[in-house]
Design a protein around this ligand. Sequence first.
Ligand SMILES: Nc1nc2c(ncn2[C@@H]2O[C@H](COP(=O)(O)OP(=O)(O)OP(=O)(O)O)[C@@H](O)[C@H]2O)c(=O)[nH]1
Ligand SMILES: [Mg+2]
Ligand SMILES: [Zn+2]
Length: 222
Amino acid sequence: MKKQLYVLRDILGTNQKVAAEIKAACEERGILVLNLMSSPGAGKTTLLEKLAERLAGRHRMAVIEGDIETERDAERIRAKGVPAWQITTGGACHLEARMIARVLPEVSPDIDFLFIENVGNLVCPAGYDLGERLRIVLLSSPEGDDKPKKYPKAFLTAQVLVITKSDLFPHLPFDVERAKSEALELNPGLQVFVISALTGEGLDDLTAFLVASREALRAGHA
Ligand SMILES: Nc1nc2c(ncn2[C@@H]2O[C@H](COP(=O)(O)OP(=O)(O)OP(=O)(O)O)[C@@H](O)[C@H]2O)c(=O)[nH]1
Ligand SMILES: [Mg+2]
Ligand SMILES: [Zn+2]
C-alpha cells in the first residue's frame, strides 16, 4: 500500500514539473493557456467553435484536443480555420502534462490563446496540471444543479465556471442559482458565466473576460 502511494506521488511530481515548464514557456511568449474540463458532452468543443468565431481576425488561437478515441473534435475546430492537434489517449481518462509537451513544439509561438480541451470527465482531469493559467470547468444544465459538491475537485481547482446550455433552462428542473451558490461555497474565487452556444447568451461577456485575462498576462510579462 505504502509503495503504491509513493509511485503515485512520483507521477504527480513529474507532471507538476512538466506543467511548470509548459507554463513558463507559454507565458514568456504571452500565450494564455486554458484547460477546459467537464463531463462528456457539456459543450466544450461547441464553446471553442463559438470562441473561434468571436476571436477570428482579432486574436490568434490554437487548440489541443484530448479524447479517448477519434479525431472528431480537432476536425470540428479545424473547420473553423483554427489549428488543432488531437491527442488520443487510447483509454486514459485525462490528459497529462507530458502529452501537451509532446505537441507543443508544433504549435506556433505567435498565438494569443492555447485552449486545451480535456477528456470528457469531471473527476481525474482535475488532478493534473497541464501548465494552464486558467482552468475552466463547464457544467451543463442537463447534468443537474447538484454537481459541484458531488464532484468538488474540478470546481475547487478552477478559476472559471461556465454554466452551459442556458437555452434549456425552461425545460429542466435546473436551479442556476443553486448551481452557482454550491460552486461558490466551495470556491468563492470562481468567476461564473452562464452561456448558451445556441442563443449566444453570455458569449460576449466570456470572450471579453478571456481577452482581458490575456492582456493582463501580457502586461505582467512586458
Ligand atoms: N441546447 C444546447 N445544446 C448544446 C449547447 N452547447 C452544446 N450543445 C450540444 O451538446 C452536445 C455536446 O456538445 P460538445 O460541444 O460536443 O460537448 P463536449 O463537452 O465537447 O463533449 P466531449 O468532447 O465528448 O466531452 C452537442 O450535441 C451540442 O450540439 C448549448 O448551448 N445548448
Ligand atoms: Mg469535445
Ligand atoms: Zn483519468
